[in-house]
Design a binder for this molecule. Structure first.
Ligand SMILES: [Cu+2]
Length: 462
């Protein structure tokens, strides 16, 4: 793999909020790329070096200069120009963030190669909640990859000579923190897991089972992309699109001596081996039950008042489009029918609030991510794709559906489902500057499903 810091996932960055971090990302990749580059894609031409990298902190409220713009890549080497120095002020809520490559035209290859890891922002104001901590607070990056018969990492290619890009890459090996079918020894106690879907394109539907009984066991969702929900949400199954996160509490207390499994549909992902009687191994001190009084699930977490629609100064209607490329003879995807290099069209003003509605004209669900900001999901509403294509009018097939309870917190990535209008409300807080928004299916992103946007200084007219 091509990793950050020599491990996959890369080292977990941890910081209290508002303390700030300065990270120097040094590019010491080898001279040849691990996978086949499609030089016909925008930003990946033969005139550019094959091996390039730039790191983005996903979900970070970061100044544009440190955000990892896709064209601000570095090349391998040890001289000063070969590293990217980023300031992450972390002036935001505690949240499970992650960093990953974002290089123009080859992001899907670099990230698949392994260039990603967690960044956990903590807030001491959460301490009174007594959530599981230390060895019972575990980030788990789950992703699919393809392994060749000799065990080496592989990435699919198309059948077209010289144009290896594929519209989607799905692997049949599911890795949890880089391991295939691993197990985790746990105590019969309450645990906090921070789940991240690190796949290029695979959606997961996680559940917890006690095979062979195959019951879908209950767990509690306590946080989404941008931190704690208002209250824990009991669930037996949760969908995570690429780049979405969920924090869950699992209580292993009733399962002493049993094996449980985290699964997604038919895939086994991770086995939990629950110790008997509160001890783990021979040297471990048995925790008296009185000392575990913190093993309760809080009834409330963090207030997340809903932003009223009236707070928005404007609404932008943005289509998600399929685009038949007759030269490439393949289907590409676009945002608002506009390629990456066209002039910037979305220019919200700093500290203003907008509603963006994604009119999905494709047959795919696209996880849409905006850099810099956090947002709330307003609703999803089914509409007539044909009427929109032919007349440009929105004809709805039914009422708007509110987001699921586990989506009611702050988000930075939203599932825009096919034939639905997905609406989000976004306070553009943070910094003025040029950022991007894109589909987080990395094959789509690399082939034009990404656009710049610009936050204008306060007092400007958008
Ligand atoms: Cu997409």
């Amino acid at each position: 793999m091509w990793t950050i810091g020599g491990t996959f996932p890369g080292p977990t960055l941890e910081s209290p909020i508002a303390q700030g971090m300065i990270v120097e990302w040094q590019n010491r990749l080898p001279a040849r790329h691990l996978f086949a580059i499609d030089h016909t894609l925008h930003g990946a031409g033969r005139n550019l070096p094959d091996v390039r990298a730039v790191i983005h902190l996903h979900g970070g409220r970061t100044r544009a200069a440190s955000d990892g713009y896709p064209e601000s890549w570095t090349v391998p080497g040890h001289s000063p120009g070969n590293s990217q120095i980023c300031h992450y002020p972390s002036l935001q809520h505690a949240a499970p963030l992650f960093y990953h490559d974002h290089t123009m035209g080859i992001n899907r290859l670099n990230t698949w190669a392994g260039m990603m890891g967690f960044c956990i922002l903590r807030d001491a104001r959460e301490d009174p909640l007594n959530l599981p901590a230390g060895s019972r607070d575990i980030p788990i990056l789950i992703c699919d990859r393809t392994l060749r018969a000799d065990g080496q990492l592989d990435y699919p290619v198309s059948e077209k000579p010289g144009e290896p890009w594929v519209p989607e890459a799905f692997g049949d090996a599911i890795l949890a923190n880089g391991k295939l079918l691993p197990y985790l020894d746990v105590e019969p106690a309450l645990y906090r897991f921070r789940l991240l879907n690190g796949s290029n394109g695979r959606f997961f539907r996680f559940s917890l089972t006690n095979r062979p009984h195959d019951d879908a066991l209950q767990f509690f969702v306590i946080a989404s992309d941008q931190g704690l929900l208002a209250a824990p949400v009991p669930l037996r199954r949760i969908t995570l699109a690429p780049a979405e996160r969920a924090e869950v509490l699992i209580d292993f207390t009733p399962f002493a001596g049993q094996h449980l499994e985290l699964i997604s549909d038919s895939f086994q992902i991770l086995q939990f081996r629950v110790a008997t009687g509160g001890s783990l191994g021979t040297n471990k001190v048995v925790i008296p039950s009185a000392a575990r009084s913190a093993d309760t699930i809080p009834s409330t977490l963090h207030p997340t008042p809903r932003i009223p629609e009236s707070a928005a100064v404007r609404t932008r209607r943005l289509t998600l489009d399929e685009n038949m490329d007759y030269i490439r003879r393949s289907m590409g995807m676009l945002l608002n029918n506009t390629p990456w290099h066209a002039p910037i069209t979305e220019k919200p003003v700093l500290h203003s609030t907008e509603i963006w509605e994604f009119v999905n004209l494709t047959d795919d669900s696209h996880p849409i991510h905006l850099h810099l900001v956090r947002f709330q999901i307003l609703d999803r509403r089914p509409f007539d794709q044909f009427a929109y294509q032919s007349k440009g009018t929105l004809h709805f097939f039914g009422p708007a559906k509110p987001p699921a309870p586990e989506e009611m917190g702050w988000k930075d990535t939203v599932r825009a489902d096919p034939a639905m209008v997905t609406r989000i409300i976004i306070p553009f807080d943070g910094y003025a500057g040029r950022y991007i928004w894109h589909c987080h299916i990395l094959e789509h992103e690399d082939n034009e499903m990404m656009r710049p946007y610009e936050v204008l200084p306060e007092g400007s007219h958008s």
